[in-house]
Design a protein around this ligand. Structure first.
Ligand SMILES: Nc1ncnc2c1ncn2[C@@H]1O[C@H](COP(=O)(O)OP(=O)(O)OP(=O)(O)O)[C@@H](O)[C@H]1O
Ligand SMILES: [Mg+2]
Length: 314
């Protein structure tokens, strides 16, 4: 059982145009809309992998209804919490030369009672998933939600014997780490900021992983975009690296989310370390070809899984 926690979901708008020019009228050649926000992408990829995740998120206004309808069409079960304010839009602008520019709205600020309903809904799902659910909490927090939100959620999940995988950045990650998440997957920038270690080679990546374990994480992966991914399933255990698979990238937005979904799926399916990393890298690669973030295809994932080379670091 998977529970995807989405405090700041969105509608993903992917716009294509020949060249984005600041200060000018830019007319898009095409525009697509899809359910978005990091935990939403995770739920989408889990669904594609054959799981049946429950999505918990805020929604509001016409964009919120569009988000829920999108989830319904994807077959993702939603436990939505209505907010007075509208669901945000995230814009991803892709130029003909492949340059990707993101403009992300901050998200609406939920009220105290909306936050309380959200936490109650989480609590109920954790109770339903006692001793078996993997909870994946991903993304930024909307304005007005305190930075200890994820830390408190980790405690609630653990109180029910659920595992909690956390993928966020900055202060929310720092405070979340202290609560002992079962897995974190910062990207290079997030890991460097948090650990103060510049990741330039294998030794520095290993050092950053050690620091994340010392900060409280129980499992750590650091993703380096096209530079691949480092992974260590637990403090003191073997460490692994896998290079990314070269692809004709449409956009790498959401690759980290696809990777997190893979780690969660593999943990539930008790994959071996090698199988886990194969799936993680394959999902990241498949996401680069998707028509929108999180929409990696099953065929691409299966095809790429065979191509991943896992190295054990010792
Ligand atoms: N250009 C790329 N080509 C192939 N694989 C990629 C590429 N970018 C990312 N990936 C795969 O996806 C994984 C995660 O990507 P990345 O490090 O960019 O995550 P992220 O910054 O957290 O992304 P996001 O937060 O937008 O989901 C990488 O470790 C790699 O396996
Ligand atoms: Mg990320």
């Amino acid at each position: 059982m998977f529970v995807c926690i989405s405090p700041n979901p969105a509608i993903d708008k992917r716009l294509r145009l020949s060249k984005l020019t600041p200060g000018r009228v830019n007319r898009a050649a095409s525009s697509t809309a899809a359910p978005g926000g990091k935990a939403t992408h995770v739920a989408m990829v889990l669904r594609t992998l054959g799981a049946d995740p429950v999505w918990i998120g805020f929604y509001g206004g016409a964009s919120g209804r569009e988000l829920l309808e999108g989830l319904r069409l994807l077959g993702v079960r939603a436990q939505p919490i209505r907010t007075l304010q509208c669901t945000r839009l995230n814009f991803e602008i892709i130029d003909d030369d492949g340059t990707v520019t993101e403009v992300l709205e901050p998200g609406a600020s939920p009220s105290e009672s909306e936050i309380a309903s959200f936490e109650e809904t989480c609590e109920k799902q954790f109770a339903l998933g006692t001793n078996q659910a993997i909870v994946v909490a991903s993304g930024s927090l909307p304005p007005g939600i305190r930075n200890d939100f994820y830390a408190a959620l980790i405690q609630r999940a653990h109180a029910h014997g659920c595992k909690l995988f956390l993928d966020t950045g900055g202060e929310a990650l720092r405070q979340g780490l202290a609560a002992g998440p079962d897995f974190v997957k910062p990207n290079r920038e997030e890991a460097e900021l948090l650990t103060g270690t510049k990741i330039v080679d294998r030794a520095s990546a290993v050092e950053a992983m050690h620091r994340l374990f010392n900060a409280g994480a129980k499992g750590v992966a650091i993703s380096l975009g096209a530079g691949g991914v480092y992974w260590c399933p637990g403090k003191g255990l073997e460490m692994y690296f896998a290079a990314a698979i070269p692809t004709p990238v449409r956009s790498s937005v959401g690759c980290g989310d696809a990777t997190v979904a893979a780690f969660a799926y593999a943990a539930a399916a008790t994959y071996s370390s090698e199988e886990t990393l194969r799936l993680a890298v394959a999902c990241g690669a498949a996401n680069t070809l998707a028509h929108s973030p999180g929409a990696a295809s099953h065929e691409d994932i299966r095809r790429f899984q065979r191509e991943v080379c896992v190295e054990r670091l010792s």
